[in-house]
Design a protein around this ligand. Structure first.
Ligand code: GRF
Length: 194
């Protein structure tokens, strides 16, 4: 059974979908802990599913490095096989990356390498493209630059704004994420040879 830690910053709707999937008896992964960089709304989903949770408030640390060390220490308690970034709006410092890469994956609301960064949906709209997408990638030291594990195209519709487009992207992100975690757990995806 693959053990997973999920890190979030926001509402955690993708986290919730993964919690629901992992509750199914035949799903080959279990979420062992949920963490956040603030008192995120989405931590309530962990509570509802009886999963331990923590937050390491970025704002209370003197530097990204100090925050990263505190996050690394929390994760070390749980020793998950895989870390899933599901809407974590922070770059992870080396203290977190070094022990875990390539066992960290991230969901992104665009068709990478198009529109990396914190505003993937807004940037796609601003560029006027007719289609964008959703991606699941391996995290490396760059911003959304790691190997792509799964991705799918999504049309931009006339009249879309950032919220409406993002709400159409998220269900695809969820489906891709649940499938990628399952394939990592079964060995179909080998993160050591991406
Ligand atoms: C997702 O689109 C994720 O890729 C992006 O933020 C969103 C998270 O939404 N970075 P939620 O917190 O899972 O509802």
């Amino acid at each position: 059974m693959l053990t997973v830690a999920v890190l979030i910053s926001g509402a955690g709707s993708n986290l919730r979908a993964l919690l629901e999937a992992a509750n199914e008896p035949d799903y080959p992964a279990r979420i062992v802990v949920v963490g956040a960089d603030r008192e995120a709304e989405g931590l309530a989903h962990a509570e509802a599913f009886g999963i331990p949770w923590f937050f390491v408030p970025f704002a209370e640390y003197a530097s990204r490095a100090a925050w990263g060390e505190a996050l690394r220490d929390q994760l070390a308690v749980w020793q998950p096989d895989l870390i899933v970034l599901s809407g974590l709006m922070r770059l992870l410092p080396a203290s977190v990356l070094e022990p875990w890469v390539p066992r960290i994956i991230n969901t992104h609301p665009a068709y990478l390498p198009e529109f990396p960064g914190a505003h993937g949906v807004r940037d796609a709209l601003a560029a006027g493209v007719s289609q964008t997408g959703a991606s699941v990638i391996v995290v490396d030291a760059g911003v959304d630059t790691g190997p792509i594990l799964a991705q799918e195209r999504i049309a931009v519709l006339p009249g879309d704004d950032e919220a409406s487009l993002h709400e159409r992207i998220k269900p695809v992100e969820r489906r891709l994420l649940i499938d990628v975690v399952r394939r990592i757990a079964t060995g179909e995806i080998d993160l050591s040879t991406p």
